[in-house]
Design a protein. Structure first.
Length: 65
């Protein structure tokens, strides 16, 4: 699966990084870093990544089909 991130919508809450730290993190400026931007998320991180998508308070993450 793949996930797109809307960096303009993201408000840096960091919920995604808590739920899926292998996929998302916040840099020192609280800017979202998506480690698999444009790529496929490894199977072992898919469940956590889906939780991150549904947990984002501003719906900045979207699972791509
Ligand atoms: S949970 Fe949503 S708003 Fe928060 S850092 Fe992640 S993408 Fe951004």
């Amino acid at each position: 699966m793949r996930i797109s991130a809307d960096y303009d919508r993201c408000e840096g809450h960091g919920v995604c990084a808590e739920q899926a730290p292998a996929v998302f993190e916040l840099d020192d400026d609280a800017e979202l870093v998506h480690h698999f931007e444009g790529g496929t998320i490894p199977p072992e991180h898919v469940a956590a990544a889906r939780t991150a998508v549904t947990s984002c308070p501003v719906a900045a993450l979207r699972e791509l089909t």
